[in-house]
Design a binder for this molecule. Structure first.
Ligand SMILES: [Zn+2]
Length: 61
């Protein structure tokens, strides 16, 4: 099973989208990623099942 999935994140700062690789073997994870466009931090809360992304929420870090 492919556990790494790619999703699109919408930056809460600048509104741009960029791709993010998610490890779906973790059921719930909170990540801080810097926007690839404006470089500001984004707090991501991601819920997964193995092999599937259930939800991604973004907020300004
Ligand atoms: Zn941004």
């Amino acid at each position: 099973m492919e556990l790494i999935h790619e999703t699109e994140v919408v930056c809460p700062h600048c509104g741009e989208t960029f791709p993010l690789q998610v490890d779906t073997s973790q059921r719930e994870q909170t990540l801080i990623e810097d926007c690839s466009v404006c470089c500001r931090p984004i707090v991501l809360t991601i819920h997964c099942r193995p092999g599937e992304i259930e939800s991604v929420s973004e907020r300004a870090g």
